[in-house]
Design a protein around this ligand. Structure first.
Ligand code: SAM
Ligand code: SF4
Ligand code: SF4
Ligand code: SF4
Length: 308
C-alpha cells in the first residue's frame, strides 16, 4: 500500500458483509456518503448528504421517563423533554457535534457516516478473503454515489486490486468522466444504472437529466471494451413502469460482449430511514402493478442478441 493511498480518508456510512445481490459471488459492500441525485424512491436516504448526519429512531428510545442522557449531553440545548416522553430536537440550535449519539445507550440516536482511512476499510474487507476465494466475490463500492468521493474511491480500488481483491462499483453514472475512467481502470466489472431514457422525466424524479449518464456509459463502452458491465434499471411506479420505458432502454443498449441487464423491482425497504432523518418519503404508498415485472422480464429476454 502506498502511504498516501493508505491514509486517504473518506466518509463511509455502512460496510455490509456477505452480500450476494450486488455483483459476482459473496461480496463486501462499502457504502460511501454523498450523492448528486435525489431519486424519489432512493432506498438509502442516509447516503445523500456528503457529511455525517444524525438520525433518531423513536422505537429504540428508552423514553425520557427512564433516560435523559442525550438531553444532558447536548452542549447547546438542542434537545429537550416532551409530553410524549421523547426528546425533541431543535435543528436551529444543533451544531452537529454528535455528542448525543455517543451518550445514547440504546442507539436510538445514531450518526450515519464516519471518516475512515483506506487502510481501515481494506482491513474490514479482507476479513472475508476466504469467502471471496471460494465464490469469486470481492468488494463492491456503492453509496450514495461511489464516484462522489473520487479520490477515496480510486485509492480504495487501487489498494484492493493490489491485494488481488475482485473489485466492482455500482454507480448512477452522473459523475466526472475522469473519475469514472480512473475507477474503471481498477475494476473487474462495473454495475451502472440507466434509469430512464426521457431526460425531462429523469430530471423530475432524480433532480438531474440523463445526458451525462448516457454519455459516460457510451464512453465506458468505448474506452474499456473488455470491462464486463451490468446495466440495471429500478422499475419505479409512475416513473419508468411502462413497456415503452423499458424498451427504450433496451433499444439504447449496444450489442457488446460482457454486457448484461437486470430489472430491479421497486421496494420500500428504505422508507423508515426517511422518518429517522426527519424527512418525508416522496413515493408515499405507491406500488408496482401486479404482473408488471413478469411482463417486463419477458420483453427483456427477447433482446437475447444484446446479452449473449
Ligand atoms: C442505492 S443505489 C447506489 C448506487 C447508485 N447511486 C445508483 O443509483 O445506481 C444501489 C441500487 O439500488 C437501486 N435502488 C435504490 N432504491 C431502490 C428502490 N426503492 N427500489 C428498487 N431499487 C432501488 C438503485 O437503482 C441502484 O441500482
Ligand atoms: S448533535 Fe450535538 S448539538 Fe446537535 S443535538 Fe446532538 S449533542 Fe446537541
Ligand atoms: S439518550 Fe437515547 S434512549 Fe435516552 S432519551 Fe435520548 S434518545 Fe432516548
Ligand atoms: S443515485 Fe442511487 S444513491 Fe443517489 S439518490 Fe438515486 S438511488 Fe439513491
Amino acid at each position: 500500500m502506498t502511504l498516501s493511498d493508505a491514509k486517504t480518508t473518506g466518509i463511509v456510512f455502512n460496510i455490509q458483509n456477505y452480500s450476494v445481490h450486488d455483483g459476482d459471488g459473496i461480496r463486501t459492500l462499502v457504502f460511501l456518503k454523498g450523492c448528486p441525485l435525489r431519486c424519489k424512491w432512493c432506498s438509502n436516504p442516509e447516503s445523500h448528504k456528503k457529511q455525517p448526519e444524525l438520525a433518531f429512531n423513536p422505537r429504540k428510545c428508552l423514553t425520557t421517563e427512564k433516560c435523559t442522557r442525550c438531553i444532558k449531553a447536548c452542549p447547546n440545548g438542542a434537545l429537550s423533554p416532551s409530553e410524549h416522553h421523547m426528546p425533541v430536537f431543535d435543528p436551529e440550535k444543533c451544531v452537529r457535534c454528535h455528542t448525543c449519539a455517543e451518550a445514547c445507550p440504546s442507539n436510538a440516536l445514531n450518526v450515519y457516516g464516519e471518516t475512515m482511512t483506506v487502510e481501515e476499510v481494506i482491513t474490514r474487507v479482507e476479513k472475508d478473503d476466504a469467502f471471496y476465494a471460494r465464490s469469486g466475490g470481492g468488494m463492491t463500492l456503492s453509496g450514495g454515489e461511489a464516484m462522489a468521493q473520487p479520490a477515496f474511491a480510486a485509492a480504495l480500488l487501487r489498494e484492493a486490486r493490489r491485494k488481488r481483491i475482485h473489485c466492482m462499483i455500482e454507480t448512477c453514472g452522473h459523475c466526472d468522466w475522469e473519475a469514472l475512467a480512473e475507477a474503471c481502470a481498477s475494476l473487474n466489472a462495473l454495475i451502472m444504472d440507466i434509469k430512464c431514457m426521457d431526460s425531462a422525466k429523469h430530471k423530475a424524479f432524480t433532480g438531474v437529466g440523463n445526458e451525462r449518464i448516457l454519455e459516460n456509459f457510451a464512453r465506458v463502452c468505448e474506452t474499456f471494451p473488455d470491462l464486463p458491465i451490468m446495466v440495471r434499471t429500478p422499475v419505479i411506479p409512475g416513473f419508468n413502469d411502462t413497456e415503452e420505458d423499458i424498451r427504450a432502454i433496451l433499444e439504447f443498449l449496444p450489442q457488446r460482449k460482457g454486457l448484461s441487464y437486470e430489472l430491479l423491482p421497486y421496494h420500500r425497504f428504505g422508507q423508515p430511514k426517511y422518518d429517522y432523518l426527519g424527512k418525508t418519503y416522496p413515493m408515499g404508498d405507491q406500488e408496482l402493478e401486479e404482473g408488471l415485472m413478469t411482463r417486463l422480464n419477458i420483453i427483456q429476454s427477447s433482446y437475447t442478441t444484446k446479452f449473449a
